[in-house]
Design a protein. Sequence first.
Length: 551
Amino acid sequence: MTTISFETRCLSSLAKVFADGEFTDSAFIRGSSLRNEVYSFQVAYRSDHLMHNIRLHVHSPLREWITISTVGLAPSELPAYADHDEDILRSTPGLYPDPLYPINEEEGIRTLPRQWRSLWVMIETNGQAVPGLYPVEVAFETTDGHRLGEARFELEIIEGMLPEQRLIHTEWFYVDCLATQYRVEMFGEEHWRIIENYVELAVRRGINMILTPLFTPPLETSVGKERPTNQLVDVDKSGDQYRFGFDKLKKWVELCQGKGVRYFEFSHLFTQWGAKHAPKIIATENEETKPIFGWETDAVGEEYKNFLSQFLPELVTFIKEHGLESKSYFHISDEPNSKQLEDYRQAKEIVITYLQEFPIIDALSDYDFYRQGVITNPVPSNDHIAPFLENGVPDLWTYYCCGQYKRVSNRFFNMPSSRNRITGIQLYKFDIAGFLHWGYNHWYSRRSLKQLNPYQVTDADCGFPSGDAFLVYPGEDGRPISSIRFEVLHDALQDMRAFQLLESFIGKAKVMEMLEEGLKDPISFDTYPKEQAWLLEKREQINQKIKELSK
């Protein structure tokens, strides 16, 4: 009879388990959470044999609130740029742990000879479990009931509830990627069902603002090229007069609000990187549906000015009729640089007459845009945020994308998860009002030149390091597959809310004293502890203080 070696180890949610690696992470067998928190840990496992149909059995008083996924491996040809910093796990192409697959009960899980794999164990009690210490045992068994191994963890649920998230958080949502990936009609019945599924997961994981495509968003598109048309506003053109239909926009708003979305950011009114052109806008004229604006349109030309002068007042009326006045945000152009400041200024001057009661937010990192009063709600990247902080810009937002890969937090495949989770402390310390990222589900290549299979290509066709373009994968039946990076980002947001809860007891200054105790340098966006153990211990310290004060 063959003797089978089977190993298990409990690890924190910050570990990344590579199939070809050995652990540098310590075993992690106990943690704590507040009552309405989503808590995750991992169980790594390895056998010296190829085995199929391994069954999992969970023994715990929390069993009804536990979900287990397998951590899948995703390929990366471009895990990092050549001049990356040292705070990465590896820079070689290969397979990286990321997607979180549901487990088919009939198929179970499998082991591959001498390859580590991991389970993602998620406990989400929604405030229903009584505070206390709970054991969680995950057992591995063959189909005939032979126990191969087990892993034991203890979770302490602490009295106390995370406060509602105050941070406005958007990860840009691409309805065109959903339509092309699932091969459904744009804004057809099946498309709406899929949109609803993806919005639901987004909200459950801390996204409370959604990119709303009034017209096809002029984002990540090569000059002269176009994305698939996704336009929520119907336009009828008769000479130089326009009529607008808002039925699809109304359905969008109702669907999103029904799932918990609180804020709407309306798609950019001018093209990316300089605001030189109008977005693609489709209209019906003389019973013919055709594009009336796009790359050939001068952003500040009379024709587009005339269009906006008719459209924006009607949109504002729609916003007010649906009670969205305090929930609506607008964009001019994404990521303009200093050379494009005047173009941006001219574009804004066209629309500000109609939108002066709404915030205009744009990702831009040149402080001159704010200093000259061109924008009052800038969104600088986290590696260019210092002058905005130093000058006390109120209600400041931040973002990161592919360009923020040195010293600052981010979430590429090859980065340690601690570099993702530290974001929560940074957002809290600097009272950041909003966080923006460009990729919830961008499954196209760089500049949207072609559709990709995100299970095969994770770097936008070698456009950006893997992990930049999307947080979720397309699952079966129009449902999203989450990722390690998405769940860890949510942990960061939960950390932020826990700090705010403790602040309600002892004040912010003392919370920051606890967070920065023993550190050589104060925490900033480019200076922070790198060790996952520090993050875990610090959150535990915060929890125990909340427990003490809650009594």
